[in-house]
Write a protein that binds this ligand. Structure first.
Ligand SMILES: [Zn+2]
Length: 704
């Protein structure tokens, strides 16, 4: 394959057009539930026809929340869990024999056969009494949608005694944490001589790790990658710089965009060692275990986590989401466009080849894969390359598309209409800049109509080359751009947002307009950072209604709340802004790390009785009167604005996001997806906008 190296015009700064109508990536299928938001769940013992209420428990395996089709519960102070959910999460295949009522599986060198209502199991052919002489039993869970789910339950102790794993009970959040056996982290160093630089951690054995990123630079702080070494004790080596329990490892000269690494023991039941990598440049990573050296390795390399199709500047655009500013090759051959993201790992579908049907404009399909560079003479075998192939329905040349680096995204515009000469950049919450590149200096006319808030520019057609397009922006600085043409001119119409002023400057090579929203610029609210947490996402749909899923509604409501708060001058950080899963413990950790002022989690309710409806706001810290105050302020406004049933505010201390946050935090349940009439309301943009506006008013009133 002949790949030409093409570096098409690079934008100087970050673009913000991310109007996502992207494809939904096929993900892991899971029977998600939201037990954590319930006070109780209903189950029935086999042989009984009476459903009883039990307290649900959260399940976490290797630091990752488990979404099982039946919940873990406590019975008479003993925690019992659905064994199939644990086995599935551990990747263990099991067999169920309905006649003999036996479950059999192999794990950790043990062949296990156990039978319902029999306290003896067969382990490696030997009859063995199960922990505390408790037999596995079948229980029936009555789900929120009224389905009955039969599952085999075993005591938690089974997990440690039979599977040889470590099981801890976290009482605060009523969570069972299941991990590999505990290990110790004893040292760290950086290896720069590898194809990709590596941060290596000396450990006594393999550990499970989870990681998340905090894009702090977006809200005036610093970018970080945070890695949790699950069930890992920290013993810093002698000579390490340790202060207040935090071991700091400085990186000389900011090498690879990394400033320093902090390592701390953040929990001791189970042990958690948290590694925080401070970054001056956004870096991706891959984490693996080097068994020969007994080291956990954090390899610094870009990652591709999204490939989707969007419509940007009214142009069909393939969006390749990466972690770092991407380095890439582009090739066009007939109806096929190939984009290689060099030095990157594909984080979708485990890197395996996958084709997605698109059928939008000229794009027929998009496909992606981690390239086998050992079989490709274009790249060396040590290089990691993600290949995205765009199949078109007509032949193209290099003039028919163009590629733009936009922060950590690569945008491939499929167009016959070059739009190279028009740029709009949102520089900060209150500032934006538009520039139009010129072939040579020109006289142009501009007018501003204060009534309609429209700026009109007329530029002679021989001085630049613009397409015609219409693009809504609505970023509180600019509302809209419209470009049309007459016989001799391009006519550009810019609608300014409320409170935006502008200045003009131009040179022989460009016309530049700078916009400033003066109300946001002068707002005291800028001091306040609000973290919005759109509930669920990705593998976890949350509650599922007849027409919608909780995760979609929470994201829409969260984005509307974000917009409303930004309009009021607040700094806002979203724990997620796409359909991705963020760990239950990572959400509060992000807010804590950012030192946020408030944390607002957004959810949609569900109940077995479809007549249940209304709004409630939950808080988790009774001693912190501010939590209750924030909840009450938001609840009052939501009821006033939505006219929904007032379910009041509720104290739910075991909710992870409320328990773990160190600032006033609330969880808003905006209505019931299981109530047909309320679901219809929740789907409508108007209702969600009202809810967002009410929540913002509640926040403002609380902060007064
Ligand atoms: Zn929820």
């Amino acid at each position: 394959m002949n790949i030409k190296f093409v570096r098409i015009k690079k934008l100087k700064t970050l673009l913000i057009f991310m109007l996502c109508l992207g494809l939904i990536m096929p993900g892991q299928l899971a029977f998600a539930n939201k037990y954590t938001e319930y006070e109780s769940v209903e189950l029935r013992e086999s042989g009984s026809n009476v459903f009883k209420k039990y307290e649900p428990v959260n399940l976490m395996i290797s630091g990752i929340d488990v979404f099982s089709d039946a919940p873990g519960i406590t019975v008479n102070g003993r925690t019992i869990v659905p064994v199939s959910a644990i086995l599935v999460e551990l990747g263990v295949k099991y067999k169920w024999n309905g006649t003999t009522k036996e479950i059999s599986f192999s794990y950790g060198g043990k062949d296990v056969v156990m039978q319902i209502n029999n306290a003896y199991a067969t382990i490696n052919g030997k009859k063995t009494l199960l922990p505390d002489s408790v037999a596995p039993r079948i229980m029936t869970y009555k789900s929120i949608t009224g389905d009955y789910v039969d599952r085999t339950y075993v005591p938690l102790k089974f997990i440690s005694d039979v599977l040889g794993l470590s099981a801890s009970w976290i009482n605060d959040t009523r969570t069972v944490a299941i991990n590999k056996k505990a290990q110790t982290l004893t040292g760290t160093y950086v290896d720069v001589y590898k194809p990709y630089p590596e941060i290596r951690f000396k450990v006594t054995g393999e550990v499970d790790v989870t990681s998340f990123v905090v894009d702090g630079a977006d809200v005036g702080g610093q970018d970080k990658t945070i890695i949790d070494f699950q069930n890992t004790k920290l013993t810093p080596p002698s000579g390490a710089t340790v202060k207040n329990g935090v071991w700091t490892y400085n990186i000389v000269d900011d090498i690879f965009g990394i400033d320093k690494i902090e390592i701390a023991q953040t929990n001791d039941n189970p042990y958690n060692t948290r590694v925080t990598i401070y970054q001056n440049e956004r870096r991706g990573n891959d984490i693996f275990y080097d068994a020969a050296k007994k080291e956990m390795v954090v390899q610094l390399i870009n990652t591709v986590s999204e490939v989707s199709v969007d419509n940007i500047y009214s142009t069909d655009t393939v969006v390749i989401g990466t972690r770092e500013t991407p380095y890439y090759n582009v090739d066009v051959s007939g109806k096929q466009l190939t984009v290689d993201v060099i030095n990157s790992y594909l984080r979708i579908n485990d890197g395996a080849y996958q084709v997605l049907p698109v059928d939008q404009g000229k794009i027929e399909t998009i496909a992606y894969q981690q390239l086998d560079t050992s079989k490709d003479d274009m790249y060396g075998p040590d290089m990691e390359v993600t290949r995205v192939t765009i199949q078109l329905n007509e032949k193209m040349t290099y003039d028919d598309f163009y590629v733009e680096e936009s922060g950590d995204k690569l945008l491939v515009y499929i167009t016959n209409q070059p739009i190279n000469n028009f740029n709009y950049v949102k520089q900060s919450s209150e500032k934006g800049m538009m520039s139009i590149d010129l072939f040579s200096k020109t006289d142009y006319t501009s007018t501003f109509d204060a009534q309609t808030r429209k700026i009109s520019l007329d530029i002679p057609k021989d001085k630049t080359d613009l397409g015609t397009f219409e693009q809504a922006i609505n970023d509180h600085v600019v509302d809209q751009f419209v470009i049309s043409e007459t016989a001799s001119n391009y006519h550009i119409e810019i609608t300014l947002a409320e409170n935006t002023t502008y200045t003009k400057s131009s040179s022989s090579s460009a016309i530049v307009l700078n916009f400033t929203n003066t109300v946001i610029q002068n707002s005291d609210n800028k001091k306040t950072l609000i973290v919005i947490d759109a509930g669920h996402g990705g593998k976890d749909p949350g509650a599922v209604g007849s027409k919608s899923q909780e995760k979609e509604l929470t994201l829409r409501a969260s984005k509307l709340l974000q917009s409303e708060l930004e309009r009021l001058g607040f700094r806002v950080y979203m724990t997620r802004s796409t359909d991705e899963y963020v760990g239950l413990y990572d959400r509060p950790a992000i807010a804590n790390d950012l030192g946020a002022t408030l944390f607002v989690s957004i959810h949609i309710n569900a109940f077995t009785n479809s007549s249940a409806s209304g709004v409630e706001v939950l808080y988790g810290n009774e001693s912190m009167s501010s939590d209750k105050g924030l909840a009450q302020n938001i609840q009052t406004q939501l009821i006033k604005s939505l006219g929904a049933v007032d379910r009041g505010i509720g104290y739910l201390p075991r909710l992870v996001v409320l328990k773990e946050t160190t600032m006033p935090s609330v969880l808003c349940e905006l209505g019931f997806i299981t109530n047909a009439a309320e679901q219809d309301k929740l789907i409508s943009e108007d209702y969600l906008k009202k809810a967002a506006s009410a929540m913002a008013t509640g926040i403002v009133n609380f902060l007064k």
